[in-house]
Design a protein around this ligand. Structure first.
Ligand SMILES: Cc1cc2nc3c(=O)[nH]c(=O)nc-3n(C[C@H](O)[C@H](O)[C@H](O)COP(=O)(O)OP(=O)(O)OC[C@H]3O[C@@H](n4cnc5c(N)ncnc54)[C@H](O)[C@@H]3O)c2cc1C
Ligand SMILES: NC(=O)c1ccc[n+]([C@@H]2O[C@H](COP(=O)([O-])OP(=O)(O)OC[C@H]3O[C@@H](n4cnc5c(N)ncnc54)[C@H](O)[C@@H]3O)[C@@H](O)[C@H]2O)c1
Length: 474
């Protein structure tokens, strides 16, 4: 090893979360280095959130326009797939990270390109692409922010095909004629929405009994209904037995004996931590494991190792990882300054409390699904005494004006002992922008009787809040 360099903080991985923690520690006056093996900006910028949403936006805008009388006639044609993909390429910065590298430079964070591995306590060894080695020593902490990767199931014949993961699904340069998607989670439904609209014949193979199993059941039902109307073949309760490449493409054999043939197959079957080759064994941790942390994002049992973002498996979402980065950054700075007492209590400045109680998520399908906090099933499993309050979104004036024949549903979960909202789910066109109202109500633990005074503007879809509260109050 050559070229040993010392920093206050060393961050392993420059995805959105690593970048944010580096920003916070640098702003607190701590010298900070980040190590990145691929592109600064991580999965989110190049193969996940940004390209997927750039692909989805024209699909959703067209679907919305088709529901507006006077406009629908002019948007009946197909999408211009070439222009949609070019728009995506632009938002993925053509898979170049110059902009983000420039930003790191502007905030005074040093970037080391290469594969980083922990190398004992407070040390990170970096192997650069041209084979050089650096050892970075952290005076205070090392932060692991190496994210996650797609998981492929073990299947006979997998080695005969080159399957798509979320990376290929978000960066493909043309629509396959026939696309099979295995998995009915968030990646599965968003990518089915995109590629069916761009001209592929999509078949979804879902082993459970519905889509989006982690959300309220009506969310998956409404999305499945709309995907089927868009022409996708959504099959639930089916499992893949094997895959094989033949003259006519990829043949997927199902456990019930049926089969489907396609040009491409996307496995949208979940994520694994990128920790198999980061030197965890040198610090007594298990390679390949998710890193378990406390609410300040410090790895259990350590006083110098933090883990933020996907890699700690608390919530696999960019905005929540960036929230963890803000909390961890504040905790790292406070501990470095030897602040005697950190605010690690619930909702304190050094506790990522919202990870447990107030996580928002938007699934950008048509209809959109927007949820915050707990589902009914989660609230009950947590032992809360709750009531689910339901309302048909199509009965809200603003929804009718938004789209002809509006279809949607809303559910609010009320904690009956505290009389506060602990969860909300909205499904319908345009509901994504409604979500922050729910997040504020949940994180703020606003009493229902005070929410009654939060008057939604007429005639917006947000009047659903009034209808939910009226329904609750009877
Ligand atoms: C298709 C798809 C769509 C998504 N859409 C959304 C969305 O709309 N909204 C949302 O909130 N979330 C979305 N997500 C989730 C989101 O992408 C992740 O939660 C987010 O990227 C996590 O950020 P991170 O910084 O923890 O990890 P990552 O973004 O994975 O970044 C980790 C970085 O660490 C680097 N790295 C790894 N190992 C090493 C090493 N040994 N040395 C050096 N560098 C290393 C990687 O190269 C990478 O740049 C989506 C995910 C997918 C797959
Ligand atoms: N809009 C967004 O916020 C957004 C978009 C995409 C992804 N994400 C995040 O990225 C993460 C990954 O998404 P994902 O959809 O890959 O994971 P997921 O865990 O949401 O869904 C994976 C699905 O695949 C199924 N599955 C697993 N193994 C299987 C197998 N062998 N055969 C058939 N089905 C199998 C699971 O039952 C599950 O329903 C999620 O945590 C998600 O929140 C967020």
């Amino acid at each position: 090893m050559t070229d040993a360099t010392e920093y206050d903080v060393v961050v392993l991985g420059a995805g959105p979360v690593g970048e944010n923690v580096a920003d916070r520690t640098r702003a607190a006056g701590l010298s900070t280095a980040v190590v990145e093996s691929e592109l600064v900006g991580g999965e989110c910028s190049y193969w996940a959130c940004i390209p997927s949403k750039a692909l989805l936006r024209p699909v959703i805008a067209r679907a919305d326009a088709r529901r507006v009388p006077g406009l629908s006639q002019s948007v009946q044609g197909p999408l211009d797939a070439h222009a949609v993909l070019a728009h995506r390429d632009y938002y993925a910065s053509h898979w170049k990270d110059d902009g983000q590298v420039g930003w790191l430079d502007s905030i005074g964070v040093d970037l080391y390109r290469g594969h980083g591995r922990l190398y004992g306590t407070k040390m990170v060894a970096v192997t650069s692409p041209d084979g050089e080695h650096h050892v970075l020593t952290a005076r205070h902490v090392v932060v692991v922010a190496t994210g996650s990767r797609a998981v492929l199931p073990t299947l006979p014949g997998l080695d005969t095909i080159t399957p798509w993961t979320s990376r290929e699904a978000t960066s493909a340069q043309q629509a396959p004629g026939r696309l099979v998607i295995v998995g009915g989670g968030v990646v599965g439904v968003e990518m089915a929405t995109v590629w069916q609209a761009l001209g592929s014949q999509v078949t979804m193979l879902v082993r459970g009994d519905g889509l989006l199993p982690k959300m309220e059941p009506f969310a998956g039902s409404l999305v499945a209904e709309a995907l089927a109307e868009a022409g996708a073949d959504v099959r639930t309760g089916v499992s893949v037995a094997s895959v094989e490449r033949g003259a006519d493409g990829i043949t997927v054999t199902l456990e019930d004996g049926g089969s489907v043939t396609a040009d491409e197959i996307l496995f949208a079957t979940g994520r694994a931590p990128r920790t198999d080759d980061i030197g965890l064994d040198t610090v007594g941790l298990e390679p390949g494991s998710w890193l378990s942390v406390d609410d300040s994002c410090r790895v259990d049992g350590s006083n110098w190792l933090y883990a933020v973002g996907d890699v700690n498996h608390r919530v696999l979402l960019t905005h929540q990882g960036k929230y963890q980065a803000r909390v961890a950054g504040a905790a790292i700075a406070a501990r470095a300054q030897q602040v005697p007492l950190l605010e690690t209590d619930r909702w304190g400045a050094h506790a990522a409390t919202a990870d447990h109680d107030a996580v928002p998520q938007v699934v950008f399908t048509d209809p959109e699904v927007a949820s915050a906090g707990r589902t009914l099933a989660e609230a009950e499993a947590a032992g809360l005494r709750v009531r689910a309050v339901d309302y048909d979104l199509s009965s809200v004036s603003g929804a009718g004006l938004y789209a002809d024949g509006y279809r949607g549903h809303a559910r609010m979960i009320v904690d009956l002992d505290r009389e506060i909202v602990v969860g909300a789910t909205f499904v319908g066109p345009g509901v994504g922008e409604l979500l922050h109202s729910a997040t504020v109500a949940i994180a703020g633990e606003v009493p229902i009787e005070r929410l009654w005074h939060a008057v939604p503007a007429f005639p917006t879809i947000s009047e659903v809040w009034l209808r939910l509260l009226e329904t609750y109050r009877g």
